[in-house]
Ligand binder design. Structure first.
Ligand code: 48F
Length: 256
């Protein structure tokens, strides 16, 4: 019995991994924008893997605002909320509240059921770079990275890479610094997030969601940090809309 259970897990995991060594889209970070993008891209028929450093996908959703586990969305994001079968309650002036745990769980399930595979506890520590194009990700077990073990990583190639790593925009930092190329920002570099200004931040999150270098896209807070947008706190409509927008842009490029 013991060996049967071990064999079942090992066989299934390696099937899943082998099927995702060369994919259409590698998404780094399973926050709200990455999960919405993963859902939309997989639903459109692309082969998508989401690499998430933490054990639990969901990024900054679970804790709501300051651990009060409710999040806020604005009316124009409700179609996405409905697509994931998430319940919301009106909070006045065009805002709605959502239980943060329900939102995180529904986004994860929705992305997975659409066909996106999540590799949790896996960190992306570098990019694959080819012919002036971002061409994949370099992956490592998150605990190996955290323990500082001297272990070489493995590589996954992809037609597009999405930085959904949140405030740190880790993948954009790698593209700009290690590949030494100019990003599609006002300075060509990662500009850094500006302070809290909710209305502007929500708008710039979506505006700043774009292709930043051939094969390389950013969504959510990463997009905002890269292009110098304002932060916005526990309101998530911009994150959801950013995920949907980046999926559309990637689809236009890869299908076009
Ligand atoms: O930050 P995060 O939730 O991404 P997001 O889609 O949403 C931002 C909001 O949660 C919130 C906000 C709303 O107003 O401001 O912050 O921009 O999730 C990012 C995920 O990426 C993972 C990280 O653990 C988190 O779950 N991550 C970060 N770097 C890496 C990574 C990496 N190098 N490899 C793998 N996962």
């Amino acid at each position: 019995m013991e060996s049967t259970i071990t064999r079942a897990i090992v066989t299934r995991y390696f099937e899943k991994l082998q099927q995702h060594l060369s994919i259409d889209v590698a998404i780094v970070g399973a926050g709200p924008s990455g999960l919405v993008a993963g859902h939309d891209l997989a639903a459109a028929g692309l082969k998508v893997a989401i690499f998430e450093r933490k054990l639990a996908p969901g990024g900054g959703i679970w804790g709501g605002g300051m651990l009060f586990n409710e999040i806020v969305v604005q009316e124009d994001a409700l179609p996405i909320v409905t697509d994931f079968d998430i319940r919301s309650e009106p909070a006045g002036e065009g805002f709605f509240t959502i239980d943060a745990v329900e939102a995180a769980a529904a986004l994860i399930l929705g992305a997975r059921r659409a066909g996106a595979v999540v590799f949790n506890a896996v960190s992306v520590e570098d990019i694959v770079f080819r012919e002036e194009r971002v061409a994949g990700v370099v992956i490592q077990w998150a605990p190996v990275q955290q323990l500082g073990m001297h272990v070489d990583p493995l590589m996954v190639t992809s037609r597009a890479v999405l930085d959904g790593t949140g405030h740190a925009s880790e993948i954009a930092q790698l593209v700009a610094q290690k590949a030494g190329v100019k990003l599609e920002t006002a300075t060509g570099a990662v500009m850094g997030e500006r302070p809290m200004w909710i209305e502007r931040g929500e708008a710039t999150t979506v505006e700043n969601t774009r292709c930043l270098y051939p094969g390389f896209y950013a969504s959510g807070m990463a997009a905002n940090n890269i292009s110098g947008g304002f932060r916005m706190g526990p309101i998530f409509g911009g994150m959801f809309k950013s995920g949907r927008k980046v999926a559309r842009l990637i689809l236009e490029e890869l299908d076009g």
